[in-house]
Structure formats: structure tokens, C-alpha cells
Design a protein around this ligand. Sequence first.
Ligand code: URA
Length: 210
Amino acid sequence: MENVHVCDHPLVQHKISLLRDKNTGSKEFRELVNEISMFICYEATRDLPLKEVKIDTPLALADSKIISGRKVAFVPIMRAGLGMVDGALALVPAAKVGHVGIYRDKANGNTATEYYCKLPSDIKNREVIIMDLMLATGVSAVKTVDIVKNAGAKNIKFMCVLTCPEGIKALHDAHPDVEIVCGTIDSSLNEDLYIIPGIGDGGDRLFGTK
Ligand code: URA
């Protein structure tokens, strides 16, 4: 599938199986999301530009590389995307974090309404990685990319743990330039717009609400 990267590492797949299990409680669920997010972020940052530097080791001068150029901004979509932030920040501690809150109105044609937005002021100069636990209908993802692009960002990726063909199509129909980095592509959405087989309600499982 074009512009979609699935992290097929055995550790990611194993941890996703534990996430799926309905008997996995919130504490373990949060820990797993955190760990999986590190792996997915590792892939989402694979093409950050490097520059050559010279480093004095205790023994010699080394031709080495450090990350150069644009810096990173993470933008979790509330609420489930919040569960992915700590894992991503563990890999890129200098990243700035913006937040977007989207209310999805299922009764009104599954439309998306922004209820909160706070982005880094220099977001247009950053590599932006939007994150949500799931890319399901794509409605929230498309709206969030709209918001981030309106703020001037150009280099945008979307990372999620689970997605499905419907979500990928919706996001890429609207924003074909946005690479999706995910843990797995499940089979479909059901009539209640849950990913099948999925993990159930990701926000509820992360935060212990119901
Ligand atoms: N949101 C959820 O919490 N679960 C899904 O399966 C899809 C969207």
C-alpha cells in the first residue's frame, strides 16, 4: 500500500496481541501503548536528516553524524493519542508537543469539530508527527492534518497503532502526501465505526473509563 509503513517487527506484533486481549487491564494497556509507540516513532523518524560532524572520542577524532535541520513536533489527537506521547518523547526528548481535540459527532454524519488546539508557534519549521491510537474512519485524522497544514506545516506524518483500509483511504484521499506509520492494518470497520478485530474503545481502555 502506497505511503503506508507497517512496523512488522515481532516485538510490535507481540505487544499488539496483548493490547487486543480484552483481559488486559488499563495499567498494562498503557504500558504496552507506550512501548509500541517507541517502535512506531522509531520508524516514523527514520528519514530525519543527518549532518556530518567530527567528535573527539577518548581515543581519536571520529567522523560521525547528528540530526540536523528541522526539529520535530508531536501532535497527539485527544484523547487516545495522549497515550502515545511519552513513548515518542522518550526517543525525541527535544520535540515540542501540540494538542488537538476533535469531537466526532456520529449522529451528524460522523462529522469532526475542533474543540481544542494548541500548537508550537514554530510548527511550520518542524517535522510534524500526528499521533492517534487508531486511524478508524479517518475523520479526526483528516481534520487534524487540515489544522496542522493551516498552521503552515509541510512535512507531516501520521502514526497510529491500529488502522484499517477505510481509514487509510480517507486520510490519503484528503492528504496523499502524509505517510502513515502504523503497527497493524486490521480488516474493516463495523457499523458502530470500531475497528474489527481491533482493541475496542482505545480511550476507555487507556484511561479506565466506560
Ligand atoms: N476508536 C476506538 O476507540 N476504537 C476503534 O476501534 C475505532 C475508533
